[in-house]
Design a protein around this ligand. Structure first.
Ligand code: SF4
Length: 431
């Protein structure tokens, strides 16, 4: 009889990539995926602990799974994986006694060994098992873990120190994805420009771009997430030089005042941050830059927040991912720094950033009206195609494209969140 598995995922792109990798491991064992947990023999809950909301969602889903398992008299294997699982699992086991196995992020073997102890994984599971793509785009983790220990962040405790995958490994995976129809890969790392530092031989992210650039079938290369201190001129120049590498940088600033950056232990000053954004814009003209901001961090006064607001106004990012601070158990801030900004103030600041960014994004996107953008076709909805421009803008358009194709779209209307247009058959040069 076929064994079915279901994987539920919350959190960042790295978690999505981990779930895809785990699915590839299940497939290797002959298991079949199912969209319905009710039809599964094994359910894996791949969790995120970066925000309280993500944890709440996982607990609520696990409540549903507990009932499902009871209805089936225990005949359902449950695994909890990801950033909610620390090195010590006693508290989790106490809270979730019906769960069969707990595994830290990327501890795939722990999950597989628990649900299929007889399986021979051959010790080569990690480097030789590639996820099955589900569309024309795919995430490829290239560096795991993080060494930065920002005071608010749980990631280094869960994902460990920075470890880069060998260049050959990544090349093999990208070749496999290209043969399977993938046209765009996004190279992932918590701090992606740290790629190669642990090799100690000077290899960097630019070398990785060059190594995968000429793989047949790959039309676009993206990369996430940038950490300002790991940025280098060489990496920025490689983005400008290599036609397949898209001109989009996601460089989290997190706060606009040096006092708060210091409390966060981000490891850079606003002046250094500004320098790198300016270098990016000088070397890669017409690029887009997005950022992440946390409002209401410990000790953030009105004046500190005003500095963040001013910085966003000055640097005019294409997109800002904003979150209100909430202490995460196990982090330095949770242990040592008072969460002293009232929730109402946090929400006011969050809304102020959203409002400001909506205006800026509206203005920036409006300048694209009438231009022709290269769009990689990713999907179709309500009779329109959907894809992204090289600068990562979502584009909805009418036309006659195939998924995975890169087409030219003339932009006819814009909003803060997307561009709309029609496919054109003849390319016009874009300034
Ligand atoms: S750089 Fe800071 S915020 Fe980003 S994953 Fe590492 S510790 Fe967390």
């Amino acid at each position: 009889m076929t064994t079915r598995y279901h994987i539920w995922t919350v959190g960042c792109q790295m978690n999505e990539a981990d779930s895809d990798k785990l699915a590839a491991g299940f497939n290797k064992l002959g298991y079949e995926p199912t969209e319905q947990p009710e039809q599964a023999d094994v359910v894996v809950v791949n969790t995120c602990a970066v925000r309280q909301k993500a944890e709440d969602r996982a607990y609520s889903y696990l409540g549903y799974l507990r009932k499902l398992k009871e209805q089936r008299n225990g005949d359902l294997k449950l695994a909890v994986m990801g950033c909610m699982v620390g090195p010590r699992t006693d508290a989790l086991r106490q809270r979730l006694p019906f769960v069969d196995v707990f595994a830290q992020p990327q501890d795939f073997e722990q999950v597989l060994a628990a649900v299929a102890p007889e399986a021979d994984l051959g010790g080569e599971f990690w480097p030789a098992t590639f996820p099955e793509p589900t569309g024309p785009t795919a995430f490829v983790p290239v560096i795991h873990g993080c060494d930065k220990f920002c005071t608010y962040c749980i990631v280094p405790y869960r994902r460990g120190r920075e470890r880069s995958r060998p260049v050959d490994d990544v090349v093999r995976e990208v070749e496999y994805l290209a043969e399977s129809g993938v046209a765009e890969v996004t190279l992932l790392g918590q701090t992606v420009e740290a790629y190669g530092k642990d090799f100690g031989d000077g290899t960097d992210l630019a070398d990785l771009f060059y190594a995968i650039h000429d793989i047949d079938g790959i039309k676009r290369i993206r990369f996430l997430t940038s950490y300002p201190k790991d940025m280098t001129e060489r990496i920025i120049r490689s983005v400008a030089e290599l036609p397949k590498v898209c001109e989009h940088f996601n460089v989290p600033v997190q706060a606009g005042h040096n006092d708060i950056l210091g409390t966060m232990r981000r490891g850079y000053t606003i002046e250094e941050y500004r320098y790198w954004v300016e270098r990016i814009r000088d070397i890669v003209p017409n690029c887009s830059v997005s950022t992440d901001v946390i409002v209401g961090f410990c000790g953030e006064t009105d004046q500190h927040f005003q500095s963040t607001h001013d910085l966003l106004e000055e640097l005019r990012f294409d997109k800002v991912h904003v979150a209100a601070y909430s202490p995460r158990p196990g982090t330095i801030a949770w242990r040592k720094i008072e969460d002293d900004v009232p929730q109402t103030v946090k929400m006011e600041r969050l809304h102020a950033v959203e409002e400001l960014q909506e205006r800026i994004a509206r203005e920036l996107n409006a300048t694209l009206a009438g231009t022709v953008q290269e769009v990689l076709v990713e999907g179709e909805k309500d009779g329109k195609f959907t894809g992204r421009s090289r600068t990562n803008k979502i584009v909805h358009f009418s036309g006659h494209a195939d998924f995975g194709e890169v087409v030219d779209v003339r932009i006819e209307a814009t909003s803060p969140w997307s561009l709309q247009g029609s496919q054109v058959d003849i390319v016009s040069p874009v300034d």
